[in-house]
Design a protein around this ligand. Structure first.
Ligand SMILES: [Fe+2]
Ligand SMILES: [Fe+2]
Length: 482
């Protein structure tokens, strides 16, 4: 056995959970593996499965050096099972079991609730791979193509992480759930993925970058909340997944930033001052800033729906049961039980948007969503710095939480991105100001042509400042010819 920082890397399934001595789970995972590979080949990245891709693989859980980079064919990627190191004598940080030793096994009374939390998280991981499967064919560079595939293989690994928990701790029903995770498919009319945003299309690269900024960030917040769990194996699994997730948001934030930079540079060179002179900007072969804002509006609002209803008994129950905490629960200063606390939540009362104090336990989804919105502003701030650096007059803004919602209080109304309530007729008239229109889609589609020569980039995106793993600009991140 070759141990790289306590990870058994030699077997079929690299792991740091001593699978070699856990034959029941090992066999269960080995039985699941062929179905997973079939799913990857059928539903994963289209057209590049045989190509060598310069990918990072997790080989350790040491925060200082957990990955190695090398060329690999995606179906041969080492999807391992890696849990962050166990914290000695970890105590449950919140809920009715606060202060008790963290559980190493599933507490019987919470079995169903815990399984559901794991399945919902698990379902999102393969869903995004499915949503992104056609994008390779229109990649704007080898650098971006590689980043797409990196995100894809890691989402595949996150599926493995959740399937391990199901197989190890939930017996026969865990096995059934693990199978079902491969049977539901994004956008499938009969067996769709569980959450709305994961059944939407990711039709172009701007959507992909926005998805990784906004929807992967929902994943980050959910993982942060689950990393606090009293069920220690879930906590450890999520903590390690968060290490990988950071790269997904980096891909998105810098991806949009590079598009913004290219647009601003082209505008300046052409002497265009008005960011809203859309026709003139588009003639330059770059994406105008208002259209980028509209894509942000769409993906932000779809991602807000992932936080569920404003008032939620499920959220209250899973917190009370010490299964799902708040964002960085262990850094918060309160009683961590919230039995008598309140939390301010925006609600729809008599047709108006008002802030209401609700029991803090029932408002936990909104608390997580508020943390999410704060976290999102790092992305828009980055884009605004790029705009002002070029001296262009434009500001990216996150839309109001009432804008374009399908779940919760605001799904029954129409609101503009500033949160002003609109009549149905006004919404219909102005919708295309706020969200990508058919003609925006057609314009972007027209730009999506592959640029797969090393060191070259499509007209609408700037090269990155630094390469992956410090590689030079013309590095062959994906070997197209070989
Ligand atoms: Fe993930
Ligand atoms: Fe992700």
């Amino acid at each position: 056995m070759n141990d790289i920082g306590n990870v058994d890397y030699e077997g079929l399934i690299p792991n740091n959970v001593d699978l070699a001595h856990d034959t029941r789970v090992k066999h269960a995972l080995e039985r699941w593996h062929p179905g997973y590979l079939d799913w990857w080949n059928d539903m994963g990245p289209e057209g590049f499965q045989e190509k060598l891709v310069y990918l990072r693989t997790a080989v350790s859980v040491d925060p200082k050096g957990w990955a190695k980079f090398d060329y690999v064919r995606m179906p041969e990627y080492k999807w391992g099972i890696l849990l962050a190191p166990q914290v000695e004598e970890r105590k449950i940080p919140f809920g009715s079991h606060k202060g008790e030793p963290a559980w190493q096994d599933v507490p019987g009374e919470y079995r169903a609730m815990l399984r559901r939390l794991i399945v919902i998280q698990g379902d999102t991981e393969p869903a995004s791979v499915e949503q992104q499967r056609h994008l390779g064919n229109t990649a704007p560079s080898l650098y971006d193509l590689r980043n797409l595939f990196q995100v894809n293989v890691e989402e595949g690994r996150h599926l493995w992480a959740m399937v391990y928990l199901l197989q190890k701790y939930f017996g026969a029903d865990g096995r059934e759930e693990a199978e079902a995770l491969l049977q539901r498919h994004s956008g499938d009319p009969d067996m769709p993925r569980m959450l709305g945003a994961f059944n939407e299309k990711t039709p172009d690269w701007l959507s992909f970058f926005m998805f990784t900024v906004f929807t992967d960030r929902d994943g980050k917040l959910q993982l942060e909340a689950l990393a606090q769990s009293g069920f220690d194996p879930l906590s450890r699994t999520c903590r390690f997944m968060l290490t990988e997730e950071a790269h997904h948001m980096f891909v998105g934030e810098t991806g949009v930033q590079r598009i913004v930079e290219k647009t601003c540079t082209a505008m300046k060179e052409a002497g265009i001052e008005d960011a809203y002179d859309i026709e003139a900007v588009r003639k330059l072969g770059v994406i105008d800033l208002p259209t980028i804002q509209k894509k942000a509006n769409l993906h932000f609002s779809l991602s807000l729906d992932l936080f569920g209803n404003e008032i939620s008994t499920n959220a209250a129950n899973s917190f009370h049961a010490s299964l799902k905490g708040r964002f960085r629960e262990d850094k918060l200063e309160d009683d961590h039980a919230l039995e008598s606390a309140t939390y301010p939540v925006l609600r729809l009362v008599d047709g108006a948007i008002v802030k209401q104090e609700v029991p803090a336990l029932s408002g936990l989804n909104m608390r997580l969503r508020d943390d999410y919105v704060r976290d999102c502003s790092s992305g828009s701030a980055r884009w605004n710095r790029a705009v002002s650096k070029h001296g262009v007059e434009f500001e990216f803004k996150l839309p109001h939480v009432a804008f374009n919602r399908r779940i919760g209080e605001f799904s029954s109304i129409k609101a503009d991105p500033s949160g002003n309530i609109l009549s149905e007729a006004e919404w219909q008239k102005r919708r295309d100001e706020f969200l990508p229109s058919d003609s925006d889609r057609i314009f972007i589609e027209g730009l999506m042509r592959p640029e797969l020569r090393p060191g070259k980039f499509a007209s609408w995106i700037a090269p990155p400042k630094v390469g992956i793993d410090n590689k030079p600009g013309d590095f062959e991140y994906v070997k197209i010819a070989g």
